[in-house]
Design a protein around this ligand. Structure first.
Ligand code: NAD
Length: 449
């Protein structure tokens, strides 16, 4: 039942001093997701259908899920017609500004110089990078318009030099793609836009169809159907496709102390809470008294009821938590254990606290750095690991679109220097041909003396 707008929107509180570690971890648990098996049962037949029947199958799912029954081709190829990217001047300007900042930051991540190390005299090991040739970028559709996601995936792909950039996004019911996404695709030099969403879009890019280019890697967020389909195709060795990372609902953890501005803290919590009812927001309050904590809670409520998406906010705040801690060390310990997608530091000497960050997707430092700037325009990537995967995954970056290739180059002296170690280990592993490949050369050198 819909709650009246006056109901207080309040995060539950937990005091880390009184709570046991187990209680604390239980409170910070992410909302559970539908079982992957149930979702896989739905997406597997869709993937199979697309693999076997190509364009025809993709179209039929787009007709079904997006109701875009007028659509007769599942793909739009570049160059994209100008009339499909008609936008207000201020939107063009905003996309151009964001594009340029994201480009600058990702271009600086390049390691174009070949790394070279002489591990022993005459033994030269090198590493160099090459772009992944064909990439598929999933831009979620549904109700939202997400040109920012198209930029966050497309710009690093362009900077990396990927030869074929394929974008996929579910079309609107009239069969069109939002002009913002077409413009972003044009700017990053995409070769095509797949007009499909969900498992059918993922399968089409993984296997290719008559008109859709097969890709080598699929990146991008999406709902559970998209995520399950990405997992499925990346497990199929015949598909020959990899994915960026597992994805879950978006989340933020804000650490705030006495120095923080309650209105700023609340605005950051809410900008995450409005994403979806499954989003989670965590506040870690460092040594705040009752009055200071209440000031933040009042701001959360008052700002929330004025938001157009207040009903979504109610849902996400219902499973969100304020954790009261004594000091910054305890705050960072909990944050590192939670491993947030976004970590916001609204504390004194915020920049210094970054040294304590072990697990996080992206960090926002100080009171003038709301998460929104990173979501859109600062230059950092917003495609980040969720659901605690910040413990082992990085967000999308230039390296997500590259392979690193190594090479070795030995002189005769080098082979002499390293040869005895190689031959001994080959002997231990009983791989005689390996041993002889060295021996035959050393004998050859000796014979020439
Ligand atoms: P979506 O593009 O992810 O999914 C739409 C597709 O879902 C449809 O095309 C359809 O194929 C499929 N689908 C829907 N119902 C289905 C069913 N019953 N059976 C089979 N397939 C079905 O768009 P969405 O659903 O609006 O979800 C957007 C998602 O993207 C959200 O989960 C949001 O949290 C996430 N998101 C994440 C980020 C990020 O950076 N982390 C950014 C934006 C969006």
């Amino acid at each position: 039942a819909e709650k009246p707008k006056s109901d207080r929107i309040l995060m539950q509180r937990i005091d880390s001093v009184n709570a046991s570690e187990a209680e604390l971890l239980e409170t910070l648990k992410r909302p559970s997701q539908k079982s992957p098996e149930a979702i896989l049962k739905i997406v597997t037949p869709i993937i199979e259908d697309v693999r076997k029947n190509g364009d025809k199958a993709v179209l039929s799912y787009t007709h079904k899920f997006e109701k875009a029954t007028s659509l007769t081709s599942p793909v739009l190829k570049a160059p994209f017609p100008k009339e499909l990217m008609q936008l207000p001047a201020e939107t063009i300007k905003a996309i151009d500004t964001s594009f340029e900042n994201i480009r600058k930051f990702h271009a600086a991540q390049g390691d174009d110089k070949t790394l070279q190390v002489e591990t022993m005299p005459g033994v030269i090991c090198s590493r160099f990078s090459r772009p992944i040739e064909r990439v598929g970028l999933y831009v979620p559709g549904g109700t939202a318009v997400l040109p920012s996601t198209a930029l966050m995936l497309g710009v690093p792909a362009m900077v990396a030099g990927c030869k074929k950039i394929v974008l996929a996004s579910p079309p609107r019911a009239d069969g069109s793609v939002t002009p913002e996404i077409v413009y972003a695709a044009h700017k990053v030099g995409a070769e095509s836009i797949v007009l499909a969403g969900g498992a059918q879009a993922v399968a089409a890019m993984a296997y290719g169809t008559e008109s859709i280019t097969k890709v080598d890697k699929i990146l991008g967020p999406g709902n559970q159907f998209v995520t399950a389909a990405k997992m499925h195709v990346s497990n199929d060795t015949n598909a020959g496709v990899s994915i960026d990372m597992p994805a879950g609902p978006s989340e933020v953890l804000v650490i705030a102390d006495k120095d923080s501005n309650p209105a700023f803290v609340a605005s950051d919590l809410l900008s995450q809470a409005e994403h979806g009812v499954d989003s989670q927001v965590i506040l870690i309050a460092v040594d705040l008294n009752e009055e200071q904590l209440k000031a933040i809670e009042d701001e959360v409520h008052n700002q929330a009821i004025a938001l157009p998406r207040v009903d979504i906010v109610r849902g996400s705040i219902a499973h969100s938590v304020s954790v009261l801690v004594k000091d910054i060390d305890e705050a960072m310990r909990i944050s590192n254990e939670y491993a947030p997608e976004h970590l916001i530091l609204q504390i004194k000497d915020a920049a210094k606290a970054v040294d304590l960050v072990m697990n996080a997707g992206s960090v926002f430092i100080g009171e003038w750095t709301p998460e929104s700037v990173g979501d859109y325009s600062a230059g950092v990537n917003h495609s980040l690991p969720t659901y605690g995967f910040a413990k082992q995954y990085s967000g999308v970056n230039l390296g997500s679109f590259q392979k690193h290739i190594t090479s070795s180059n030995l002189t005769a002296e080098g082979l002499r220097n390293v040869g005895s170690a190689v031959m001994q280990l080959a002997k231990v592993e009983e791989l005689e041909a390996h041993r002889r490949a060295v021996e035959i050369r050393i004998k050859h050198m000796d014979a020439q003396k």
